[in-house]
Design a protein around this ligand. Structure first.
Ligand SMILES: Nc1ncnc2c1ncn2[C@@H]1O[C@H](COP(=O)(O)OP(=O)(O)OP(=O)(O)O)[C@@H](O)[C@H]1O
Ligand SMILES: O=P(O)(O)OC[C@H]1O[C@H](OP(=O)(O)OP(=O)(O)O)[C@H](O)[C@@H]1O
Ligand SMILES: [Mg+2]
Length: 285
């Protein structure tokens, strides 16, 4: 029987969140064994545990059908794969960083310098777009050490909190890419596997929607319902239930994470009381 072959980073920044997302999609991975290929519970799939750098090529070659990987790796490897979903975790930036004290006036001043990086393809693309030339020195890890040991004038590496740069007396000068984890797929997947991928994507989107929304419950005098409901369109429209207290109702709806505090302030000043906010596990539309 054909199973969907899913590539996941074996051990690293994306491993835990990728397995957690699969679990939230009802695809359980038996824990506690060191196998590099495991069949999943409740879904026709196999997980292949790989180095993240190898995932785009394996997906291109059809060894895996889909893969959870950083967009930075997808762009650097430049293989024949397609990004089918952005996943919202593993957020980081690929940035050019310089030793503290070096303050070029503009990016043109970077022309001709030596830059150490594990991302030569993306860096080269950025330099070309900005009509710059630089001497790119490719290294596969511990990039932040390069300026201190005289290997390069600058580095181009991943940054999230900035603490690695700080510890190495560097600072972030220019962001050249913003990245997050993405789901990639191969271009020639069988019919059965495409159907499984569609099923997985439907579940991932339901999980994502639920994460970005909150369930809201509140009480209000009936005279305020119309005003409050303007701020709470909900998925379809809010639910209004009469309270035992004469002239009052309970309103139930959904609020997006982005304008959450804005909406709360507005409904409060419109007369809402006893507001409860609850997490949502899944949104099926
Ligand atoms: N500091 C960070 N914060 C958030 N996400 C990050 C950070 N560093 C890397 N990432 C994302 O996580 C991915 C995996 O990072 P990790 O450091 O685990 O890779 P790796 O050391 O190359 O692992 P592997 O052993 O699989 O080759 C990166 O490609 C990037 O998309
Ligand atoms: O801005 P920060 O929060 O300090 O994160 C940046 C660091 O994170 C990544 O390395 P990681 O810690 O994953 O180790 P690795 O180099 O072994 O992959 C990246 O290569 C940077 O070195
Ligand atoms: Mg790697």
């Amino acid at each position: 029987m054909e199973k969907l072959r899913i590539a996941v980073q074996k051990s690293g920044r994306l491993s835990e969140d990728s397995l957690k997302l699969l679990k939230e999609c009802g695809i359980g991975v038996p824990a506690g064994n060191n196998q590099l290929k495991i069949s999943t519970e409740n879904f026709d799939a196999e997980i292949l545990f790989l180095r993240d750098d190898d995932i785009p090529e394996y997906v291109q070659d059809g060894v895996a059908d889909i893969g959870f990987v950083g967009e930075n790796v997808v762009l650097e490897k430049n293989k024949e794969t397609e990004i089918v979903e952005r996943l919202g975790y593993g957020k980081c930036r690929l940035s050019i960083a310089l030793p503290k004290g070096k303050k070029p006036k503009n990016i043109q001043a970077l022309d001709g310098i030596k830059i150490a990086t594990s991302y030569p393809i993306i860096l080269q693309g950025w330099l070309k777009k900005n009509k710059l030339k630089a001497d790119i020195h490719e290294i596969s890890g511990s990039v932040e050490i390069a300026p201190r040991i005289g290997l390069a004038d600058a580095i181009c590496d991943l940054v999230s909190s900035g603490s690695t740069l700080f510890s190495n007396e560097l600072y972030e000068y220019e962001t050249i890419l913003k990245s997050e984890a993405v789901l990639i797929s191969g271009k020639n997947i069988s019919k059965k596997r495409t159907a499984l991928l569609e099923q997985l994507l439907f579940r991932i989107r339901s999980v994502k929607k639920a994460k970005y929304n909150k369930y809201v419950l509140l009480n209000a005098p009936n005279s305020s319902i119309e005003k409050i409901c303007k701020y709470l369109p909900g998925i379809n429209s809010p639910t209004i239930v009469p309270l035992a207290k004469e002239g009052w109702s309970s309103i139930h709806s959904v609020i997006g994470e982005n304008d959450f505090w804005n909406v709360i302030e507005k409904i409060k000043s419109a007369g809402a009381e006893g507001i409860l906010i609850l997490p949502i596990e899944k949104i099926i539309e």
